[in-house]
Each structure stands twice: as structure tokens, then as C-alpha cells.
Design a binder for this molecule. Structure first.
Ligand code: TXA
Ligand code: MG
Length: 325
């Protein structure tokens, strides 16, 4: 674990060049990064996470010019990029046939997910390494996403089987939930994953968008799943109960807004006592981790309004509460 000094960034770049993995902060969550042009490094990302299926990964790039080396941007993509890059927006775009990217990054699809992050340390790493960086969230498959460097170390106590060379440690992630994933590879824009850039904001630019009805529809195998079936993800060790009006004596309570009249809860935390959705998103994953304690029997979560950033928070919470495999 190193603060993002010039020396650490140089070490991180060398590690990426050598096919090793580096964990780094983005404005959303910490990413587990590898050289997106290196098949073995990309395969190592899947192996380190213990991802059962080869879900495609997001390629992180420093700017629009770099994006256009790998993906085809149309007018819609340019408009969204102008407004929201650098920032927590991922676009799924047609992949250039000559893109110097591992095929595994797209999991065999003819599209690629690209994003230009805003976090200064992510930007510094992209500049220093000069490589496209493939990065899912830096957690074991199915677990709660990391929003602080210590979470990454907890997820990979053995350094991902020696694959993870370095954690660039730079405090807490300001947004706290993963980027909005918008598919612009077809005729109609489709929201594949809600995030801090809301459907309303996207529709103000592009007009009506479709919303993926099946959670996890971004995954290529999603079509095989029963519609409406929730995939367990973002799951703490304890069971999660939603829309709680109170908590049992041996439950933890995760509140939102005023919670004075909510009874129970051996441990209590509040995502945002004032009911601020930005604050709630930034606290979500860290508070789920803190409440995930032995001796408790579950985490009861109060209702979060299903508007704006609340859509992204509820998407993550529903999966945290989904039946475990
Ligand atoms: O905020 C974020 O996006 C973080 C940070 C590290 O940048 N990364 C992240 O990556 O959340 P990951 O791998 O957990 O999520 C990638 C999402 C998945 O839902 C995946 O199915 C979708 O993007 N995706 C990636 N490539 C795709 C493609 N070619 N077509 C459709 N969906 C794709
Ligand atoms: Mg993830």
C-alpha cells in the first residue's frame, strides 16, 4: 500500500508494463487494474477476483482521443463525453476491429466499455503508464465494492495470489457507487447500470433511453437468465433486509434520513441523517462493511427513495439482498 507519490506511480507503471495488477482509486470505487492490451494480465484480473464467468471489463483511458483509438464514437457518444468526461460514465461502444486490446476485455463481444475517470490518481496512473487500463472493482467476485484502500487489502490478503503488485492508496472514493453504464452500440441507448449520472440527466441530452429490465443485463450471459431474477452481488457476509421499519435486537440498522423513531439495532449507522443521496452513496459500501460483524444476524436497511442517485443505491442494495448462490 503506497500513497500516490511520483515514485509509487513509476512503480505502478512498471508493474503494469510487466503484466502485473495495480489497485488504484477512481472517483467511484477502487479498481483492480491491468494492461488492457495484455491477454495474460486481463486473465489474471478474472483469476484474482475469482470471477466465475468472463464478464467484459471497462477500459480506462486518459481522454477522448485515446478512446477513439479503440472505439467508434458517434454524435451521441461525443455529446455524452463532452458533458461527463472525465467522470463516472462508462459508454459501451462498437470496438474498432484493429483495437490493440485483449479480446478477453470484451469477452468476445464486438463492443468495448470505455471510461475516462476523473480521480487525479487514476489520471496520473493513466498518464504515467501510457496504457489502456482494464479495471473492475477491486473486490473478490460478489463481494462489497471497495471505497477505501483498506477494503482492497481486506479483499486480497494474499495480494491476489501474488498478482497484485501494489495498492495506490489515496483515501476514500468521493462518489462511492460504480459508474453509470450506458450502451450506445445500438440504435437505441440502453442504461445497463444506474450510477451517479442519472437517467434524467442522460435523457436531457439523448432523449428517451431504455433501461435494462434484467439486473446485470450488461453481462453477455444475462439473456439466459429468467427475467427479473436478481444476481447476488455487493453482498456482505450477513443477510441484508430492505425497507426496514425497525430492526431486531441482534440486527444491525443501516439508516437513511431521520431514524429517531426506528427501534432496535445492536449497531446503528446512518447513510445520511439529512437524507442526502450523494452522501448516502459515498457511505454505502463502507457502512455495509462496518456493519458486517460476527455475532449479528443481519443488516436491516431503511427505505431509500428510488429517484436520481437513489436508483443506483437501490440497485446495489437489491443485489446485496438477493438470494445467495
Ligand atoms: O465505476 C466503475 O465503473 C468501476 C471503476 C473501477 O471504474 N469499475 C467497474 O467495473 O465497476 P465492473 O467490471 O465491476 O463493471 C463493468 C460493467 C459490468 O456490468 C459489465 O457487464 C459491463 O460493465 N460491461 C463491460 N463491458 C461491456 C460490454 N462490452 N457490453 C456490455 N456491458 C459491458
Ligand atoms: Mg464490481
Amino acid at each position: 500500500m503506497s500513497p500516490p507519490s511520483a515514485e509509487a506511480l513509476a512503480r505502478a507503471s512498471q508493474a503494469l508494463a510487466g503484466g502485473k495488477l495495480v489497485a488504484f482509486p477512481t472517483e467511484t470505487v477502487y479498481g483492480l487494474g491491468g494492461d488492457a492490451g495484455n491477454d495474460q494480465a486481463v486473465a489474471d484480473i478474472f483469476a484474482a477476483k475469482g470471477r466465475p464467468s468472463f464478464n467484459p471489463l471497462i477500459v480506462h483511458l486518459p481522454d477522448v482521443e485515446a478512446v477513439e483509438r479503440y472505439a467508434v464514437m458517434d454524435e451521441r457518444a461525443r455529446q455524452m463525453a463532452d458533458l461527463y468526461w472525465p467522470g463516472p460514465l462508462t459508454l459501451v461502444l462498437p470496438r474498432r476491429p484493429d483495437a490493440a486490446l485483449s479480446l478477453l476485455v470484451s469477452a468476445g463481444l464486438d463492443t468495448v466499455a470505455v471510461r475516462v475517470p476523473r480521480h487525479p490518481t487514476a489520471r496520473a496512473l493513466l498518464q504515467a503508464s501510457g496504457r489502456p487500463i482494464a479495471a473492475p472493482s477491486a473486490n473478490r467476485s460478489g463481494h462489497v465494492s471497495p471505497t477505501a484502500p483498506i477494503h482492497v487489502r481486506e479483499e486480497f490478503p494474499d495480494g491476489g495470489g501474488g498478482r497484485l503488485a501494489l495498492i495506490l492508496a489515496d483515501g476514500r472514493c468521493p462518489v462511492g457507487v460504480e459508474s453509470t453504464v450506458l450502451d450506445l452500440s445500438g440504435e437505441h441507448p440502453v442504461l445497463l447500470r444506474p450510477g451517479s449520472i442519472t437517467p434524467e440527466e442522460i435523457e436531457a441530452v439523448l432523449g428517451p433511453i431504455q433501461r435494462a429490465t434484467t439486473p446485470g443485463a450488461g453481462a453477455p450471459h444475462a439473456g439466459l437468465k429468467a427475467p427479473g431474477m436478481l444476481e447476488s452481488h455487493y453482498a456482505p457476509g450477513l443477510p441484508v433486509r430492505l425497507n426496514a421499519l425497525n430492526a431486531a435486537k441482534d440486527e444491525a440498522l443501516l439508516g437513511f434520513g431521520p431514524d429517531r423513531f426506528v427501534l432496535g439495532g445492536a449497531e446503528r449507522l446512518n447513510l445520511s441523517p439529512t437524507g442526502d443521496l450523494n452522501e448516502a452513496a459515498a457511505n454505502l459500501f463502507a457502512m455495509l462493511r462496518r456493519l458486517d460483524k460476527p455475532g449479528l444476524c443481519g443488516i436491516a436497511v431503511m427505505t431509500i427513495p428510488d429517484v436520481g442517485l437513489g436508483l443506483a443505491i437501490n440497485d446495489r442494495l437489491r443485489r446485496a439482498a438477493a438470494p445467495r448462490p
